[in-house]
Design a protein around this ligand. Structure first.
Ligand code: NAP
Length: 362
């Protein structure tokens, strides 16, 4: 590994030159992260970008993968396709989260090697880290314990890509890399309350609480305004790290261009925020003037989550550039524009608006 070489003297390739003649397959390229990866590939003028959609290419099926490689003959595969979901979904479908992610990854990487692909980019998850790890999470500690139980089948299935990457490099000299992004946020995120991350869940809940209070005030017929209320699980003390989705896409492309080893590399923002501060910040940016209630009978979850990001900076010069509040503003604006373009109000139900503050296990 070229880890000791200072950043300034690295002879990294020119981005546009690198992609000029490359045919690239981006699995999951129509998903949240994939959309930004594909956009950036087009900006860098990659010769061809192919996105296999799951309805046409179910990547759990070996014959489908072989058909994909025969048809496209890619130079590079960026593997983002995954079965992802929140803690609830992970708890309800642990077998599917394990099987789908493992089988997609193991067959895709193997077939990429067989097909003579020149580089395979595998995406892991912060959920692959042990439940108890010193903060900031360092790549060296990745194997020092079992992951948090609720997302272990998902986290471990994806972690096998790291083992496979290292084994295939050692035996066959196959060039693959393994990146571990922090929790992502940004426009295009999943706002479904059943499976969303904490940031979209909060944005949606603030809007719903306001709508709910407005309807209740109107029904109360001048008996006083109803104050919008949002309830959040826990006491707000846990901290989390969030990476803006476009920064994550940039990190993935820089790693693809510049990094050729199988040591795992974190992709983070180095920005750690408590859930309490997160709730207050989103509320402030959205002009929320209601009440926030902390339900301390509910669990807090892992006390801190933050990645050590020095390896990514050193090995391929990646540093996240989007300030957190700016990223939040863009996310809020995007969701509001989706709502107004659909001329659709978020569903409002009577009763208390409740948010489960847990970080989706991706
Ligand atoms: N979101 C995060 O916070 C986060 C954090 C760390 C790591 N990651 C990783 O980043 C990657 C992208 O995540 P995301 O949030 O962008 O997820 P996403 O929006 O759900 O996108 C996942 C994509 O995977 C594709 N897919 C799923 N099953 C498939 C199958 N059987 N065959 C072919 N394609 C299949 C889907 O394609 P179709 O649209 O065609 O159905 C979907 O668009 C994942 O590997 C995830 O583990 C995400």
């Amino acid at each position: 590994m070229s880890e000791n070489k200072p950043e300034a003297v690295q002879d990294w390739p020119n981005s546009n030159e690198f992609w000029k003649n490359k045919r690239v397959v981006v699995t999951g390229g129509a998903g949240f992260l994939g959309t930004f990866v594909v956009k950036k590939l087009r900006e860098r003028r990659a010769a061809e970008v192919f996105v296999p959609r799951s309805k046409d290419y179910d990547l759990r099926d070996l014959t489908v993968i072989r058909r994909l490689f025969t048809q496209v003959r890619p130079h590079i595969v960026i593997h983002l396709a995954a079965r992802v979901g929140g803690i609830g979904a992970n708890q309800a479908h642990p077998a599917e989260f394990f099987y789908d992610n493992l089988i997609m990854g193991v067959q895709l990487l193997h077939e990429a090697w067989r097909a003579g692909v020149s580089k395979f980019v595998a995406i892991g998850t912060v959920c692959a880290y042990p439940k108890y790890t010193p903060v900031p999470f360092r790549e060296e500690d990745l194997w020092n314990g079992y992951p948090e139980e609720t997302n272990a089948p998902y986290g471990l299935a994806k972690k096998m890509l790291l083992v496979q990457s290292q084994a295939y490099r050692r035996q066959y000299g196959f060039n693959s890399i393994f990146l571990l992004p922090a929790n992502l946020y940004g426009p295009g995120d999943n706002f479904d309350l059943e499976s969303s991350h904490v940031i979209p869940a909060l944005i949606r809940k603030f809007i719903e609480a306001r709508e709910l209070a407005k309807s209740a005030t109107e029904s109360a017929n001048r008996q006083g305004a109803v104050i919008p209320t949002v309830t959040v699980w826990g006491d707000g003390s846990p901290t989390r790290e969030f990476l803006y989705v476009e920064d994550a896409a940039e990190g993935i492309l820089l790693a693809t261009e510049r990094y050729n080893d199988s040591q795992p590399v974190n992709l983070g923002s180095a920005f750690e925020i408590s859930i309490k501060e997160l709730v207050e910040t989103i509320g402030r940016l959205m002009g929320f003037e209601g009440r926030i209630v902390w339900d301390t009978t509910k669990p807090n979850g892992q006390p801190r989550r933050k990645l050590d990001i020095s390896r990514a900076k050193q090995l391929f010069g990646f540093r996240a550039s989007t300030p957190f509040e700016e990223g939040l503003r863009r996310t809020i604006q995007w969701y509001q524009s989706v709502l107004s373009s659909k001329d659709q109000k978020p569903g409002v139900a009577w009763g208390e608006t409740r948010i489960v503050v847990c970080v989706k296990s991706t």
